[in-house]
Design a protein around this ligand. Structure first.
Ligand SMILES: [Zn+2]
Length: 178
């Protein structure tokens, strides 16, 4: 059968345009390469991810970031865009996203200059926000195996908040990394 094994998603707002019937279909297998809804941690995050899936875009690509990411851009470099995570992990004081400017999903695609720039970006964040401690992590590749929500490559720079009354020093700050 022609459609076997492939789910199509119809975007209704594109069905009529200048009296012409336009069938706009997005291959959900393609869209699932951009986002993994199963890894959403918050209800409003899931709601936005469903809208992004409906719109068929990558929320971290430069042309979509301001529309789909609720936090402002803090600064940009040639290879990276720095902002805050809109849905920080529990028990964080600071939670930055450092997003590669091009749409890539694997660390092997980061250019040598991109790698050297990430060091400068982290140093700048450390200095500007007085980070005396923190955790840097980056997931890449298959989101089903990493826990990422957005495949577009990004680092997370996280600073925990042990002063939070619900923070358990034995567990600390937990997130899925695989
Ligand atoms: Zn992208």
């Amino acid at each position: 059968m022609f459609f076997q094994g492939v789910t199509f998603y119809v975007t209704p707002f594109l069905l009529h345009n200048d009296n012409k019937m336009i069938m706009s279909v997005i291959d959900m297998n393609e869209q699932s390469k951009l986002l993994n809804l199963e890894n959403a941690r918050k209800k409003d995050q899931l709601k936005l991810m469903e809208k992004i899936t409906h719109d068929g875009v990558c929320p971290f690509c430069q042309e979509h970031l301001s529309k789909y990411h609720p936090k402002p851009v803090l600064f940009k470099t040639e290879f990276w865009t720095i902002t805050e995570n809109a849905w920080p992990y529990d028990f964080t004081k600071k939670h930055f996203l450092v997003i590669y400017n091009e749409h890539i999903n694997h660390n092997s695609e980061i250019s040598p200059k991109g790698w050297s720039e990430i060091g400068l970006v982290i140093k700048k964040l450390e200095e500007e926000y007085g980070l005396k401690y923190g955790t840097l992590l980056m997931r890449f590749g298959d989101t089903k195996k990493t826990g990422a929500t957005v495949t577009h490559l990004h680092f997370q720079l996280v600073q925990s908040d042990p002063s939070d009354p619900d923070y358990d020093p034995k567990k600390g700050l937990l997130t899925r990394i695989g």
